[in-house]
Write a protein that binds this ligand. Structure first.
Ligand SMILES: *Cc1c(COP(=O)(O)O)cnc(C)c1O
Length: 418
């Protein structure tokens, strides 16, 4: 037995895992094919923009004439089917990149329209749905409305009806901490056409977190105007140490740059310190790392289904993000699941995750993240809000063997009732 003498796992888990992998293995070829296509796209972007060794070392101070930074923006743009991009280590997270885009695009009196129901938890305070006087969009007189999903899909009729009143339409591609589907680039393209038919000036902004490189095309390639996301998720490839990106139409990216630094200075400033090498290298790795994360998710769905748990998506469903939800319906099981993931991680395998009041979230959250980069969720990790139905949202896996092992440890921990 391969695991004997290396890892202590219940023989039942080893048996079920073999069955789970056998049943899901036919899906791995398609994942690899997408990774290969996206890797070629990234390689072409590097070559077309003549990335050289000099681009990898960064600047200090104001960061004037930082060729490495400016070239990275163009390389990202090409890899994201976009005209332009703003890729910065100084975006502290995905929320910061999305907030920068929202504040960059919207002005007092404008309306933001979410087409995918309630947005991700951390955006509630950005929009002003929670908290007061903190400098939210609402504090600046920017109004908000949302259309609800209909049978799990964007309600195109409601979207078209509301579009004339709004300036920016917002689409969250990934499921986030909810049990709905993730939206494919093609579905996002349909929503773009629906709102633009009703309001040709509409700007469509996509929260692209966890969706990058899952498909051969990004939402910008399907008509979206702007994307935003985090570099400690998919597009950082587990190598970027921090940061975020915005990509899309040039004049919109320009507006976001004015907001990120300061009006007038925009993208001309912002030194890259020593982060460029990691951002370039991370982008290079990203397509295959995303493939490892997807295989880990498919394996997990297959295994936990065999163990009798409800999962979303099912192992055989098409995917548009890397998140796998496992519905445990019990707070104790949820904690044990996260303990198992943590135990199967390369860093901090000896610590036990505890629920805490994480900044930006409305309820306690438990997180398992034994990661090289703090909080990086392209690395195997699980997070779960401590609320019904006690679902664990797991994602990541820098390599398939490591991801698979972490999932097996979580399954093992669920089996042991201690
Ligand atoms: C991760 C994520 C964000 C941004 O969260 P950060 O932790 O600030 O990077 C936004 N939307 C979705 C759907 C996400 O998954």
């Amino acid at each position: 037995m391969m695991y004997k003498g290396l890892i202590d796992l219940d023989p039942e888990i080893i048996r079920l895992s073999q069955a789970a992998q056998n049943r899901a293995a036919y899906l791995f070829d398609a994942i690899d094919a997408t990774a290969e296509y996206n890797a070629l796209k990234v390689q072409k972007a590097f070559a077309d923009h003549r990335v050289g060794a000099a681009h990898l070392s960064g600047s200090t101070g104001y960061g004037y004439d930082d060729r490495g930074r400016d070239t990275l923006d163009q390389v990202f743009a090409a890899a994201f089917d976009a005209e332009d991009a703003l890729v910065r280590h100084s975006f502290v997270s995905g929320t910061h990149a999305i907030a920068t885009a929202l504040f960059g695009l919207l002005r007092p009196g404008d309306r933001l329209l979410s087409l995918t129901g309630a947005p991700y938890d951390t955006l509630e305070e950005v929009i002003g749905l929670r908290g007061e006087g903190n400098g939210s969009l609402k504090d600046f007189g920017i109004r908000y409305a949302q259309t609800e999903l209909k049978d799990g899909f964007i309600d195109l009729e409601a979207a078209a009806r509301m579009a004339p009143e709004a300036k920016v339409a917002y689409i969250q591609r990934s499921r986030g901490y909810s049990l709905r589907r993730a939206f494919t680039a093609e579905e996002i393209g349909q929503a773009v056409r629906a709102v633009k038919d009703a309001n040709p000036d509409m700007i469509v902004l996509v929260d692209n977190c966890y969706g990058e490189f899952v498909q051969p095309v990004e939402p910008t390639g399907a008509g979206a105007d702007l994307l935003a996301g985090s570099l400690i998720k998919n597009p950082g490839g587990g190598i970027a140490r921090t940061g975020g990106y915005i990509a899309g139409r040039r004049e919109l990216v320009e507006l976001c740059a004015q907001r990120l630094t300061s009006p007038g200075m925009g993208r001309e400033v912002g030194c890259s310190l020593d982060e460029l090498r990691w951002m370039y290298q991370g982008l290079f790795f990203a397509p295959t790392v995303v493939a490892s994360a997807l295989k880990t998710a498919v394996f997990a769905a297959s295994l936990f289904e065999l163990m009798g748990y409800e999962v979303s998506p099912r192992f055989c469903e098409d995917r548009a993000d890397i998140i796998q939800a496992v519905i445990l319906r019990d707070s104790g099981k949820l904690l044990r699941f996260c303990e198992g993931i943590q135990r199967g991680s390369p860093v901090d395998s000896m610590v036990r995750p505890e629920p805490w009041d994480m900044p930006g979230y409305g309820c306690q959250v438990v997180m398992a993240a034994g990661t090289f980069t703090l909080g990086a969720s392209i690395e195997l990790s699980a997070d779960a809000p401590m609320r019904e139905p006690y679902a664990a949202y797991m994602q990541g896996g820098l390599t398939y063997p490591a991801g698979k092992l972490g999932v097996m440890m979580a399954a093992d921990r669920l089996l042991q009732k201690r």
